[in-house]
Design a protein around this ligand. Structure first.
Ligand SMILES: O=C(O)CCC(=O)C(=O)O
Length: 278
């Protein structure tokens, strides 16, 4: 979706925009708000992220990376938890007014953040990831009806994403609306069905906001460029209370009331982590 100049300047979405975005997520599984972060903010985030990735590869992956085997069985896709510190915990990342207006419409007001991370397609990937939803079945084999939307991934790409640099591929329109047991090990295998279904590669400008139901099938694809293609990745959850995010007390104390509420289940009073593998 394109956002109007007035909405960008006031950082407030019109009612029609919120309604359309919420319906698109309900029906299609995702929405993209194109290029909504200011360029300077994207540059700052990209620089800090690139430093984190360089540090991580230097510390944990130089051998894997340099012997060309590649991370994660050759996909060269890497999930890295980020430190809860500037610039990653900027209010335009953790509580972007556009995202919250849309998520409020879908999850009510009491949801929280349960993931503070990133997904990067590194250059040199040899194959795509398997097609997958991000969460499995909530109730194992027991629940044979579709459940409401409860968990939304929020992605911000830090570079323009196009066919050449490992765009995410998605299967929208229905794969988030399946009976709960379909997401479990005894449900249909997305890898078997996906080749017979419609998919699309998600092209979007740097600083866009992608909000997607965690259940929508997707996969990372190989990055054929020579630069990393990072996506910041947060999850907003209505009921989950996963708490892996470490937040120093003084950082937490400086957050807005809304951000405090969003991170209330997390490890408050713990040092910010070094970048670590998901
Ligand atoms: O390419 C991406 O950013 C998506 C990767 C992804 O969904 C995953 O690693 O689960």
């Amino acid at each position: 979706m394109k956002i109007s100049r007035e909405e960008l300047e006031t950082l407030k979405l019109n009612e029609e925009t919120i309604e359309l975005a919420a319906y698109l997520i309900k029906v299609n599984g995702y929405v993209i708000l194109e290029g909504v972060l200011p360029q300077e903010k994207v540059n700052e985030l990209r620089k800090a992220f690139t430093d984190c990735m360089d540090w991580f590869i230097d510390k944990h992956g130089k051998e894997i990376y340099e012997n060309k085997k590649g991370f994660n069985e050759g996909t060269n896709h890497l999930g890295i938890f980020l430190p809860f510190a500037a610039p990653f915990n900027d209010s335009l990342v953790i509580e972007h007014p556009f995202a919250l207006a849309i998520i409020d419409r879908l999850l009510g007001k009491d949801y929280s953040v349960t993931l503070f991370s990133s997904n990067t397609s590194l250059p040199g990937g040899k194959k795509p990831q398997p097609v997958h939803p991000d969460y499995g079945a909530r109730f194992g084999d027991l629940c044979k009806v579709a459940l409401p939307i409860t968990d939304l991934v929020f992605n911000i790409p830090l570079v323009d994403v196009h066919d050449g640099n490992g765009p995410m591929e998605i299967w929208p329109g229905g794969t988030h609306l399946l009976p709960d047991n379909y997401y479990g090990p005894n449900g249909p295998n997305p890898e078997d069905l996906a080749p017979h279904m419609q998919s699309m590669k998600v092209h979007m400008p740097a600083g866009s906001i992608l909000i997607r139901d965690v259940r929508m099938w997707h996969r990372g694809t190989p990055n054929r460029s020579d630069e990393i293609r990072p996506n910041l990745a947060l999850i907003y959850s209505a009921f989950n209370r996963d708490n892996s995010v470490q937040i120093p007390q003084e950082t937490y104390d400086k957050l807005s009331d809304r951000a405090k509420h969003l991170f209330r289940w997390q490890k408050i009073g713990y040092p910010a982590i070094e970048p670590t593998h998901e």
